[in-house]
Ligand binder design. Structure first.
Ligand code: GDP
Ligand code: MG
Length: 360
């Protein structure tokens, strides 16, 4: 609805002009003229009141797009080595080496390569996190690393991970892990994957497979190269200028610093001091910290960043939008809270109706 006037909005939604004016009044907005275009914040509020789901997308038209690092999630069957692999990858990071291994836990980390390229890894392996994020509309992951243990092969959660990736239309790079084990049989694993429908590169498809050992730390550089190659094929670009659009990947409450959210910027630049609405919470960014805990005044696409200054605790997958003022931030946050409460009640009552019907 952004940029529409209230008259156009009435026409589009079939609502009467006076009921729209009531809504605007309700959300505390005075419309000077029927011919003033609505701002995106107001448009979102009106849409919420009308029960329409909106998702903000800033136009990238005419904006300068720059290559950005890929954001990678590690998935696979339990005990196949997801956590070990993430730990091993984290240790390959230049930043990690420079910081002497002292990085703060952010829920995401960046591996910087000598070539200057970098890869952002989400630190929460697992399907629940991936699904939860996707359910909230957060398309954070660009590539899935599918970890399969060379001595165990394709298992139920391997198949589950593959179907998650397929549904999300996210390409997969396979890491056959535990190749150091005597019982390792990577060729057998490849055959299994192929029979599951994965089109492996060495069989004429485009899914790369890398043999690694998280424990012996072998094959990690080849895995990173494979991820960069995949990213190159995808031609990942983002707008750098303009208001940030970002997603929460993790949130926690710190005794001294209050609610802290780790976020990854999708587009634009997040700047310290800005007012933000995060899911149904809001705040003014008091501090931004990078993965070694260093204060920074801005964050660009694919950079994990810790945000301090929120009034409440957001959830993983919540979107972060930048607004002009505290008033706007409060208003949107209240509107979203009211809407999610309404949705929750509606779900409960629908559930009850269904239960009642089925018991009849
Ligand atoms: P997750 O459940 O997928 O996160 O798996 P973990 O990372 O917790 O690993 C499960 C077990 O496999 C642990 O005992 C690890 O030490 C072991 N493991 C992980 N990677 C390797 C590897 O490359 N080689 C060997 N031999 N063991 C591994
Ligand atoms: Mg684990």
């Amino acid at each position: 609805f952004e940029g529409m006037t209230i008259v156009e909005l009435a026409k589009r939604t079939g609502e009467s002009l006076s009921s729209l004016q009531d809504i605007l009044l309700n959300v505390g907005e005075k419309v000077e003229s029927e011919f003033d275009p609505l701002s995106i914040d107001i448009a979102e509020l009106v849409a919420m009141e009308l029960g329409v789901n909106v998702r903000r997308r800033h136009s990238d038209e005419g904006a300068k797009l720059l290559a950005r690092p890929p954001v990678v999630t590690v998935m696979g069957h339990v005990d196949h080595g997801k956590t070990s692999l993430l730990d091993a990858l984290r240790q390959t990071s230049l930043v990690e080496k420079e910081a002497g291994g002292i990085t703060q836990h952010l829920g995401a980390f960046v591996v910087s390569m000598p070539s200057g390229s970098s890869i952002t890894f989400l630190d929460t392996p697992g399907h629940a996190a991936f699904s939860a994020m996707r359910a909230r509309g957060a398309a954070v992951t660009d590539i899935v690393v599918l970890v399969v243990a060379a001595d165990d092969g394709v298992m139920p959660q391997t198949q589950e991970a593959m179907s998650h990736a397929t549904l999300a239309k996210v390409p997969v790079v396979v890491a056959i892990n535990k190749c150091d084990k005597p019982a390792a049989d990577p060729e057998q694993v490849k055959l299994q994957l192929a029979s599951e429908g994965l089109l492996l590169e060495e069989m004429g498809g485009d899914v790369q497979v890398v043999e690694v050992s998280a424990v012996k730390k072998t094959g990690l550089d080849r895995l990173e190269e494979a991820l960069l190659l995949q990213a190159e094929l995808m031609d990942l670009k983002a707008r750098i200028d303009g208001p940030a659009q970002a997603y929460v990947v993790e949130a926690r409450l710190d005794r001294g610093r209050g609610p802290l959210a780790t976020a990854i910027v999708k587009a634009g630049t997040l700047v310290c001091g800005q007012y933000v609405v995060v899911g149904s919470e809001w705040g003014r960014i008091r501090a931004l910290r990078d993965m070694v805990g260093k204060m920074t005044d801005r964050a660009t696409p694919a950079m994990p960043i810790e945000i301090e200054g929120l009034k409440g605790l957001p959830m993983a997958g919540d979107d972060i939008v930048v607004v002009d003022s505290e008033e706007r931030a409060r208003m949107l946050s209240t509107g979203r809270t009211r809407k999610s409460e309404k949705d929750r009640l509606r779900k409960i009552s629908e559930g009850r109706t269904e239960a009642e019907e089925s018991s009849e």
